[in-house]
Design a binder for this molecule. Sequence first.
Ligand code: NDP
Length: 232
Amino acid sequence: MNILITGANRGLGLAMAAYGVENGHHVYAGVRDPEGNASEALRDLQAKHAESLEILKLDVTSEDSVVEASSQLKNKQLDVIVNNAGLLNEREHTVEELDLEACMLAFDVNTLGPIRVVKHFLPLLEQGEKQSIINVSSEAASLTNSYSGDYPYGMSKVALNMLTEKLHVYLKEKDIQVLSVHPGWMKTDMGGEKAPTNPADTAEGIFALMERKVTVDSKYQFVDYLGNPMDI
Ligand code: NDP
C-alpha cells in the first residue's frame, strides 16, 4: 500500500512510518520540518529505506503547504491517508483560564488539518485500492467519558469524529473506509512516560485496520486501534 502519514517525525506517526516500510509498504511521511532536529529519527529511517520512504514537507495548518505536498505526488496513487498530526494544549486550564488563540490552534491542527489534507489528497486516494482514511482521534472525544480539562483537545477531536462521519457517508459508495481511531494511551511526547501502550503496538493495530485484516462493522466509525467500538 501507498500511505500518507502526517506528523510522521515522532511518536505514533514515526512508529507507523517504521511499521509501514518494514512491512513492504511505501510511506509518504509528512512533517513540518524535514531538516530539523525533530526529524532526525525519521531521516535515519529513510537512510535505511530510501526506496520506500519519502519525506514531504507538510504543515497541516497551512493550505499552501498541503497543496504543495500533494503536487509532489502528482500522478501517484495513494491507498491510505492517516491524519495523525495532533496538538494537546491548555491541558489543566479551567474555562476561565482558556487562551482562545491556543484553542483555535488546537482546532486548526486537529480538525481543520485533516480537512485540508483530505481536500487536497482525495484525488490521489481515488486512484488507489482498498482505500482508507484513518483519522487519529482520542478517547477524549467520547462524550460519555468526559472530564474537566483538555477543552480544546476534546472539542477538536469530537469535531474530527464528525468529519469522519461525513466523509464515511460521502465516500461509502466508493468503498473508501473512513475511521476515527483512538490509539490508546501511548508512550510518546504527548502521552508521557507513564502511558501503558507502546506506539509500535498501536501502529500494528492501525495497519491491521487499514489492510482490513480486522474488519469493523460499517455502523461504527469510531473505534480503538484493535477495532473495538468506542463510545461516541
Ligand atoms: P506527539 O505529540 O508525540 O507528536 C505529535 C505529532 O504531530 C508530531 O509529529 C508533530 O510534529 C505533529 N504536528 C503537530 N502540529 C503539526 C502541524 N501543524 N503540521 C504537521 N504536523 C504537526 O503525539 P502522539 O504521537 O502521541 O499522537 C499522535 C496522535 O495520536 C495525535 O493525533 C494525538 O492526538 C493522538 N492521541 C495520542 C494519545 C497518546 O497517548 N499519546 C492518546 C490519544 C490520542 P512536530 O514534531 O513538528 O511538532
